[in-house]
Design a protein around this ligand. Sequence first.
Ligand code: BGC
Length: 735
Amino acid sequence: MKNKRIICGLLLLSTISCSLIAQGKKEYPYKDATKPVEERVNDLVSRMTLEEKVLQLNQYTLGRNDNVNNVGEAVKNIPAELGSVIYFNSDPEYRNALQRKAMEESRLGIPLIFGYDVIHGYRTTYPISLAQACSWNPQLVKRACGVAAQEARMSGVDWTFSPMIDVARDGRWGRVSEGYGEDPYTNALFGYVSVQGYQGNDMSNSKNVAACLKHYVGYGASEGGRDYVFTEISRQTLWDTYMLPYEAGVKGGAATLMSSFNDISGIPGTANHYILTDILKDRWGHDGFVVSDWGAIEQLRPQGVAADKKEAALIAFNAGVEMDMMNNSYNNHLAELVNEGKVSEERLNDAVKRVLRVKFRLGLFDNPYTPVSTEKERFLLPESLEIAEKLAEESMVLLKNDNKTLPLSNLSKIAVIGPMAKDKEHLLGSWAAHGNAKDVISIYEGLESEFKGKSELLYVKGCDFEGNDTSGFAEALATAQRADVILVCLGEKKGWSGENASRSTLALPQVQEQLVQELKKSGKPVVILLSSGRPLELNRLEPLADAMLEVWQPGIRGGNPIAGILSGKINPSGKLSITFPYSTGQIPIYYNQRQSARPHQGKYQDIPNTPLYEFAHGLSYTTFEYGDLKASSLKVKRSDKLVIEIPVTNTGDMDGAETVHWFISDPVCSISRPVKELKYFKKEMLKKGETKVFRFDIHFDRDFGFVNGDGERFLESGDYYIIVKDKKLKIELID
Ligand code: BGC
């Protein structure tokens, strides 16, 4: 209040004119919607006091945060000048009430930006991101993000803390579920399309939201799969593995980024000037803002680089973090740091401009309020549900199918056993936003409608997700003995993955494995359905199963496609976006490892060296035959165009979709490169008997080139290989 009066006094405005401005009169250029954003931003910043600027850089919560990792009380007295809130409610009117305070009670009428974790859907919950990548269908993922944006924006959310594009190669880390798997290109591509889906062409559209690339950067390298810990990442690996998705997302126009919790080889992500300023702002020219992760600024203290909160604020702000999430570091200390000359006016103004720029681009100054609508008008719309079902379908991966056990046909009795069979809650996955178990179609419900009138379902739970209670085994076995086939529905609870949800093993709890061993005694075919938020250790279950389908945490519409795949109405088409190790002891194991000095040696003595299921593994009910790779030329100059083609024929007796993954390898280079690197993929529907020619237009710099430890791109002459499945073609690049 004090500041407001001083400024109005300085401007020789009466109390009356102060309130006129606050009510949205267009005295100032920044209020004029016809002026360019940059002019409005500059005008507004020139009118702001130090305190007003500092408040723009803080985020509180509105409503209680019931995320177990970030419990925060509702802030009752949110200052009208605050920059942002995390909005846990879904009522537009509640948002509007607070926004009204910002617009009408702050001196300059600056709107709040309302953020929220809309990770795999808002109310219409989609499969977890790890699963989405297994669809290899970027257009579908983009549409899903579009729906999430529409539901969120209509509910009062302007900004999602998504996509997470942390390359993750350790399934013990619970957050592996939140990203797109182990491959840099896959994360880059799905991150890019998510940004397009959330932001559209125009963030001011009332159905789009601002995106946030997170967690910048290297969080997926968490040691031992433990959360929040130190990560050891060389500059080379930082650039060729972890930065690529961020570069793609920034080029795709992502409005914001979130700094990461992890310490990157001694310099925490939230204190890292090199990545936050030198690269992001100076080299890539990002003009939006960086928000800290929850409490990450103050955490610079336990991380050992700041003595107290004030020093943490100083380090984070000067490193390049513009907004303080839920930490009171900036609102308590930034003004003082500016007055002491430790933070420059220039840096402060730049930070405020970045936040305001995003607010202007979201149209918040011109349309600060969310039109009030009913839940029915914005949630679970028919098209949204259709996308949810299709994405769940395409993300499921048929891991094993011996002797054509699947699809099931002409069976009179199907035993449906296991803790996941009738469950709804856990199919949602972690970070399910406003997803609601009552909207979920369970596996059992899906089966009921699919097999109605065709087969009888015999249900028994058998056992719980964990614990030692095997008292249900006898009934389960008796039920299995009466059936023609046994569907065992196993998996993880939703809280077993996500944030702060590390596990020491990828194996399912013993009781679930024992259940399958017991059922195997029936001699009936065993089909295992797995719902999980991470790759699993399946080496003990695999020999017991005739078929295995990984359904992930498919969201609210998983039940129908699961049943459709089992009946054969749907031909499965998902392929793994992450390696399934043979055992947890193989971690880290991923397809794009660097080359070994002795590839023929260095094996484990007690287990195989190869994973149980490789990256890109996934079966279909039909068969695809790959012809030979054909290049437009085998010897090329840098200025040439190179096109590689491969014919693929559906040789089975069912229509099906196939994803062709295009890898390259560069066996001799001035740095040791991975054994192979994914550069492109394409999914196509092929009718039975149909042949389609898949084509890859190579860009030498992008596809053959590599980055060094400072992100500079090089292209060397020499031999390269194009790899598709077991086909390989040598290309010679000459100067
Ligand atoms: C998570 C972020 C999330 C934020 C806000 C943090 O604990 O690491 O991913 O966006 O909380 O909920």
